[in-house]
Ligand binder design. Structure first.
Ligand code: MF3
Ligand code: CO
Length: 262
């Protein structure tokens, strides 16, 4: 197993900058989301924002085993798409959709990663409660990312809050450590038991991902080689923050106004 890379104070400061840049890209995309916009147009907004920030996309051309290089700077997952949807000129947003947008950038050698699921215009009550529960599960998990706890305490909250709301967590994908690499140890599963797993230490930086389906937890991969959809066609939501585990508690590095009062 790969080693967990602990970040020192200077490295945490650098990660704050990349986290804030990733948050700004997500904000720029938030401003562009409305009925009639295509997911390809959102990709163009992202590219412009990343260039303006003098950052580099962490996703573009990223290679994971058994996949072709990722072709975009954002993942866009509309309605029953869970994660890793590829922006497309023929995919137009319509009122009532929900769209998960995931983006990561690097600055000065360190990555920041975040995702948010946005409503497109007015959405159903069920869709809104899915967004609320998924976001709440992420924040409950983040509050457990503190000394004295283990990864299982974080994962347990992802699962528990989502299931208590009547939803389910996908089990084939995880959050991850982050730093000089987009994906580092440890993995952060969406299910877990309190008191189990890797012990949290100061200087760990975690990209915690809440991935919640309205229906069953099963997912399928589409033929584009990337998109993951719910097997039962139900809606799915995704929220992700990059979080530093510090001696005085967790610090969210990717915070921005889009997360407030939603
Ligand atoms: N935030 C997701 C993750 O960390 C997105 C990965 S998409 C890819 O796994 F393009 F980077 F692969
Ligand atoms: Co991630």
């Amino acid at each position: 197993m790969q080693k967990i890379r602990i970040k020192n104070r200077i490295e945490i400061e650098k990660m704050k900058r990349s986290g804030q840049a990733a948050a700004k890209v997500l904000q720029a995309i938030a401003d562009a989301i409305e009925p009639g916009v295509t997911t390809y147009e959102l990709e163009m907004v992202s590219r412009k924002a990343i260039a303006n920030l003098n950052a580099t996309s962490s996703f573009l051309n990223y290679v994971i085993p058994e996949h072709s290089p990722y072709p975009a700077t954002i993942c866009v997952s509309v309605n029953n798409k869970v994660i890793h949807g590829i922006p497309d000129k023929s995919e137009e947003l319509i009122e009532g959709d929900i769209i998960g947008v995931d983006t990561a950038v690097s600055i000065d050698g360190f990555h920041g990663d975040n995702a948010f699921t946005f409503p497109v215009g007015k959405i159903s009550t069920e869709a809104q409660s899915l967004l609320d529960a998924t976001k709440a599960s992420l924040y409950a998990a983040i509050s457990e990312a503190k000394l004295g706890n283990r990864i299982g305490d974080v994962s347990f909250q992802l699962q528990n809050v989502a299931e208590k709301a009547g939803f389910s967590v996908i089990q084939n994908f995880s959050g991850h450590g982050i730093g000089r690499n987009l994906h580092e140890e440890p993995q952060i599963p969406t299910t877990g038991k309190p008191g189990r797993g890797v012990r949290l230490r100061p200087g760990m930086v975690l990209a915690i991902e809440a991935m919640v389906n309205a229906g069953h937890p099963g997912v399928d991969a589409l033929e584009d080689g990337w998109s993951i959809v719910t097997s039962d066609g139900s809606l799915s939501a995704l929220f992700e923050h990059t979080v530093a585990v510090l001696s005085d508690g967790p610090e969210i590095l990717t915070g921005s106004p889009i997360w407030e009062n939603q």
